[in-house]
Design a protein around this ligand. Structure first.
Ligand code: SAM
Ligand code: SF4
Length: 494
C-alpha cells in the first residue's frame, strides 16, 4: 500500500483504486498531473499507465483553443460503452475546462462523474470518494479577491502538495516549479485569466523550500512557471536581502524575477534553471542581465510575440508594438548574445489582413527565433475578442498562413542550428532517445551504448550515442549535423 499522509485523506477508501491521468496542454498541466498523482497516492490509490486497467480516469484539460476542447468531449463520449459495462468507473474532468464549464460539463458529457478546477486539486480524493458514493460533485475555484480567504486557502493547499511532491517532470532529473498562478493580462483572445484567476506570485521561501527538496531528490534542472512569469513580484523572505547583485539595495524591497532566479540558482547542486513564459511588456534590463550574471540561468527565453502587426497587437491587447518587441529582444541579446529566443504566434486573428500577416513574417525574419509555436485563432467564449470581433479570417486562409509561418520559422531555426555544426556544446542527458533510428549519417554504435537525448543550455534538442550512465549528467558533445528541430552530437574520442 502506498504511504499515507495525514489530514483529510486518511479515512478515504482509496486503497487499491487504480487511477489513470491524461494531461493535455501546457507545462502547468503537466505539473498539475504530477500533483494529482501525488494527492491520489497520498490517499492510498495507485497510478497506472494503462487506461484500460483503471478504476478512475482523470482528464487534465486545456481550454485555450476550441478544437482541444472538442477533442476532450469526443474522447469522453467514446467512454460511454465502457461506462455502461462498468458503471463504477469514475471519470473526472480536471483543469481549465473544468473551471470553464463547471456543472455544464456534466450535462454535455454524461460520462463525467466529477468536475475539479485547477485550484481545487487538494480536494480530489474527497471528490472521487463522493463520486463513488453516487454523487456528481463539482469543485470550482473560489473567487479570488484580496480579502477572499477561500482563494488563499486553496492556494495554501496547493502549496503544501507542491512542496511535498516527488521529484521529476519531463524526465526524472527535471521539475517544474510554480512561481506565479493566474494571469492579469487579459489578452483579448485568451481564456486563461478567466479559468486560472488573477495573478498571484508565490512566496519566495515556499518556492525555495520546494526547489531545495527537489534538488535533494535528484532534480538537476528546474523550470519556474508562470503565464507572465517575468511579472513576478513578492515580499522578500524573512532574511531580506536578495543574492542578486546590488544586495544592499535589494534588501527589504519587493523581489522581482531576477531576485528569485538568483535565490533559486544558489540551491546547491542545481545545474540548470529556466523560466517560462515571459511577457514582452515586462522584460526589464535587470532580467536581461540575469541571463549574463546569474549562474545556472540558461540562455533560453520563451517570449511570445503573437503577431508582427501593430494593428493586430493593439486589438489583441498585448500592450506593445512590434518595434517595442524587437527592442526587448535586442536588449536581451546585448546582455547575453547566446540567448535563444522562442515565440508563439496566432494567425487569423480577427481582421488580420495579408499586410498584417506579412508584418508577422517580417518580424520572424528579423528576430531569427530558435523555435516558434504557431496557432490558428480560435474564438473563446467570454473573451473580449469573441465578444467584439467577428472571426472573419476564413479557415483555409488560417491554414495557409499557419503553414507559411511554420515553414518560415523552421527554415530559420534550421539555419541557426547549422551554426552549431563543428562546435562543442554542453548537453544535459535526459534519457534514451524515443526515436533511436533518427541519427547522423556514418554513425557506428559502440557495444553497450545506446542513443540518448538531451538539451543544450539554449534548450536545443541533441541526440547522441553514449552509455546509459550518462543519463542525468552533463557531457560535452561535438555537433556533427543539424536539422530544424534536432542537433546530432558525438562525444569526442580524446
Ligand atoms: N501565458 C503565455 C503567454 O502569454 O505567452 C501562454 C498562454 S497560452 C496557454 C499559450 C499560447 O496559446 C499563447 O501564447 C497563444 O499563442 C495561444 N493562444 C491563446 N489563446 C488562443 C486562442 N484563443 N486561439 C489561438 N491561440 C491561442
Ligand atoms: Fe493569456 Fe495573455 Fe495571460 Fe498569456 S499573458 S495567459 S496569452 S492573457
Amino acid at each position: 500500500m502506498a504511504p499515507r499522509r495525514g489530514g483529510a485523506y486518511n479515512d478515504l477508501p482509496m486503497d487499491a483504486l487504480r487511477v489513470h491521468i491524461t494531461a493535455y496542454g501546457c507545462q502547468m498541466n503537466r505539473l498539475d498531473a504530477a500533483l494529482v498523482a501525488e494527492v491520489m497516492q497520498a490517499a492510498g490509490a495507485l497510478i497506472v499507465a494503462d487506461a484500460a486497467e483503471a478504476d478512475v480516469l482523470l482528464y487534465l484539460t486545456c481550454a485555450v483553443r476550441g478544437h482541444a476542447e472538442d477533442r476532450v468531449f469526443s474522447n469522453l463520449g467514446a467512454l460511454a460503452a465502457r461506462k455502461r459495462r462498468r458503471p463504477d468507473l469514475v471519470v473526472g474532468l480536471l483543469g481549465c475546462m473544468a473551471q470553464e464549464h463547471g456543472a455544464g460539463a456534466l450535462a454535455r458529457a454524461p460520462v463525467v462523474d466529477l468536475v475539479c478546477a485547477p485550484g481545487r486539486l487538494a480536494d480530489l480524493p474527497d471528490l472521487v470518494a463522493r463520486a463513488r458514493a453516487g454523487e456528481r460533485p463539482v469543485a470550482l475555484d473560489p473567487r479570488r479577491e484580496e480579502s477572499d480567504a477561500g482563494g488563499a486557502a486553496s492556494d495554501a493547499a496547493l502549496d503544501r502538495i507542491e512542496v511535498g511532491r516527488a521529484p521529476g517532470g519531463e524526465w526524472p532529473g527535471q521539475a517544474y516549479v510554480v512561481a506565479m498562478r493566474g494571469c492579469d493580462n487579459f489578452c483579448a483572445y485568451c481564456v486563461v485569466p478567466y479559468v486560472r484567476g488573477p495573478e498571484r506570485s508565490r512566496r519566495p521561501d515556499v518556492i525555495l523550500e520546494e526547489a531545495r527538496r527537489l534538488v535533494d531528490g535528484g532534480v538537476r534542472e528546474i523550470t519556474l512557471l508562470g503565464q507572465a512569469v517575468n511579472r513576478y513580484q513578492a515580499a522578500p523572505p524573512q532574511s531580506g536581502a536578495s543574492p542578486w547583485r546590488g544586495r544592499a539595495e535589494s534588501g527589504g524591497r519587493t523581489w522581482d524575477l531576477a531576485d528569485l532566479l538568483a535565490a533559486v540558482a544558489a540551491v546547491p547542486d542545481l545545474a540548470r534553471l529556466r523560466f517560462v513564459t515571459s511577457h514582452p511588456g515586462a522584460m526589464t534590463p535587470r532580467l536581461a542581465l540575469a541571463f549574463r550574471d546569474v549562474p545556472h540561468v540558461m540562455p533560453h527565453l520563451h517570449m511570445p510575440a503573437q503577431a508582427g502587426s501593430d494593428a493586430v497587437l493593439r486589438r489583441m491587447n498585448r500592450g506593445y508594438t512590434a518595434a517595442e518587441y524587437a527592442a526587448r529582444v535586442a536588449m536581451v541579446r546585448e546582455a547575453a548574445p547566446e540567448v535563444a529566443v522562442v515565440s508563439d504566434f496566432i494567425v487569423g486573428f480577427p481582421g488580420e489582413t495579408a499586410a498584417d500577416f506579412e508584418a508577422t513574417l517580417d518580424l520572424v525574419r528579423r528576430m531569427r527565433f530558435a523555435a516558434g509555436f504557431v496557432f490558428k485563432y480560435s474564438p473563446r467564449p467570454g473573451t473580449a475578442a469573441a465578444r467584439e470581433f467577428p472571426d472573419d479570417v476564413p479557415a483555409d486562409q488560417k491554414r495557409r498562413r499557419h503553414q507559411a509561418l511554420s515553414e518560415a520559422i523552421a527554415a530559420i531555426a534550421a539555419e541557426e542550428n547549422r551554426r552549431f555544426v563543428g562546435r562543442r556544446v554542453r548537453v544535459l542527458v535526459e534519457g534514451a532517445s524515443p526515436r533511436p533510428n533518427l541519427h547522423a549519417a556514418g554513425r557506428r554504435l559502440r557495444p553497450g551504448w545506446g542513443q540518448l537525448r538531451g538539451r543544450t543550455p539554449c534548450h536545443r534538442l541533441v541526440v547522441l550515442d553514449g552509455p546509459p550512465e550518462l543519463i542525468g549528467r552533463e557531457v560535452e558533445a561535438e555537433v556533427v549535423e543539424a536539422g530544424a528541430l534536432t542537433l546530432f552530437g558525438r562525444i569526442p574520442e580524446e
